[in-house]
Design a protein around this ligand. Structure first.
Ligand code: SF4
Length: 60
């Protein structure tokens, strides 16, 4: 997974919806925790990637 910080609008959706994966790094932009995901987390991650208003979350 990649988060494109250049296009991210710091809306906060990702760390509000999937806090076990994303966190506010302090300026509104997200940081990503790298660790194994549970199935439930993966489903919410896929949804937030779709819902990201700037399309900045790229799942690989
Ligand atoms: S949902 Fe998208 S635009 Fe909003 S903070 Fe996360 S990566 Fe940035």
């Amino acid at each position: 997974m990649i988060v494109d910080i250049d296009t991210c609008t710091a809306c906060g959706l990702c760390y509000e919806e999937v806090p076990e994966v994303f966190a506010n790094r302090g300026d509104g932009l997200p940081i990503v925790y790298i660790k194994p995901f549970k199935e439930d987390t993966l489903q919410r991650l896929q949804k937030v990637a779709q819902d990201c208003p700037s399309g900045s979350i790229i799942l690989e």
